[in-house]
Design a protein around this ligand. Structure first.
Ligand SMILES: [Zn+2]
Length: 297
């Protein structure tokens, strides 16, 4: 679905990229053939090619309209970026801005940009190339970044954080997609529970990265939780201990994922991860066999 109505809020999906990305065997730490055999049929088709086991994935952003404020959640890989560590997302030339416009939003309309975490595929459209310089794509926006990630990925802090799981794959993003925003004084660095707009708050959910955070939208008793990469694929709903190979702190990532799923179940929330294909957003129910994804409507 490309539009989610949540109380008085409206949430629009803006797709940047779609394709097949690794297989469960290669993406997940903790994968076992037995657990996969038990959960595969639940997600095959919309989320997984049952013949090749390739994961159907998306890079997608969301615009939340709430109380007259327009908030862009995550900014994909961006155009023209040099990405030696992940050529799949380098030198892209997608019509992302045209798709944003088609959904009704000019770049000047965005009030707040918030990143679930700082990784190469979540920060790209923070900036665009203009006469050889990376400039903010959204000229009026306040950019909300998790402070722990802004410190962790800053190359100036390499001596403090020398052995990062995602060092190679994330090469380059800080300098072209984060630093230009920081240098212009356009970023709010957050750490902890912070309300970023009426009805919209962020909460720490560390592990995938030190600063990974959920973004909670509440309106008229309904809740949506943007989950970033705390969960990459619905297979992890049935197998919540499976981490991605890109998680920085494995134990913490498992704890944050379990806490997120618990909250989604208990609050009957809509969970909106960054990379889900299919319907792109799900609810979760608790059954005698464990957790299961549910359609949003
Ligand atoms: Zn991601």
């Amino acid at each position: 679905m490309d539009t989610i109505r949540l109380g008085a809020a409206t949430i629009h999906r803006i797709e940047e990229w779609r394709g097949q990305f690794l297989t469960p065997q290669t993406l997940f730490v903790g994968f076992t053939p037995e657990a996969y055999a038990e959960s595969k049929d639940i997600v095959a088709g919309p989320y997984l090619d049952p013949k090749t086991d390739a994961i159907d994935a998306r890079l997608q952003s969301w615009v939340v309209e709430i109380g007259g404020t327009r908030i862009l959640v995550d900014t994909g890989a961006g155009n023209d970026k040099i990405r030696p560590g992940i050529p799949l997302f380098g030198n892209l030339h997608t019509p992302f801005i045209a798709r944003l416009a088609a959904a009704g939003f000019a770049v000047e309309d965005i009030d707040i940009v918030v990143c679930t975490h700082l990784h190469v595929d979540h920060v790209g459209w923070n900036t665009r190339l203009h006469e050889g310089e990376w400039i903010p794509t959204f000229p009026r926006a306040l950019y909300v970044f998790p402070r722990p990630d802004a410190e962790y990925w800053n190359p100036e802090n390499l001596s403090r954080y020398p052995a990062k799981v995602g060092e190679a794959v994330n090469e380059g993003f800080f300098m072209d997609s984060v630093k230009p925003i920081l240098d212009r004084g356009l970023a709010q660095l957050v750490d902890g529970h912070v309300e970023i707009a009426p009805g919209v708050s962020v909460d720490p959910a560390p592990g995938h990265t030190p600063g990974s955070q959920t973004i909670c939208v509440s309106s008229r008793g309904e809740t949506a939780l943007f989950a970033g990469d705390i969960v990459h694929h619905p297979l992890q709903i049935m197998n919540p201990t499976w981490n991605s190979i890109f998680c920085e702190d494995a134990a913490m990532a498992r704890r944050s994922r379990a806490a997120l799923f618990e909250r989604v179940v208990n609050e009957e929330a809509v969970m909106i991860p960054a990379h889900f294909a299919g319907e792109h957003a799900v609810r979760i129910e608790r059954t005698s066999a464990g957790l299961r994804p549910l359609p949003v409507e």
